[in-house]
Design a protein around this ligand. Sequence first.
Ligand code: F3S
Length: 71
Amino acid sequence: MAKIIQEHDKCIGCGSCVALCSKHWEMTDDGKAKLINAEKKGDNYELEVDDAGCSKEAAEACPVQCIMVKE
Ligand code: F3S
């Protein structure tokens, strides 16, 4: 299992996560990215998955490093 976490407030809406990993990420009306099907925990969004897959690339590409992957 892996956990994907986004510090949603920090997102500046650059869109790299969506470009690299549309399976897990989509842009929303607030101009930020949303982790699809994630649970809101405090200021963060969290999603447990079998394999973080392309979200690892998204985490590396995010310019404000607001995506974390824990495996
Ligand atoms: Fe936001 Fe980072 Fe994605 S700034 S749009 S979470 S690449």
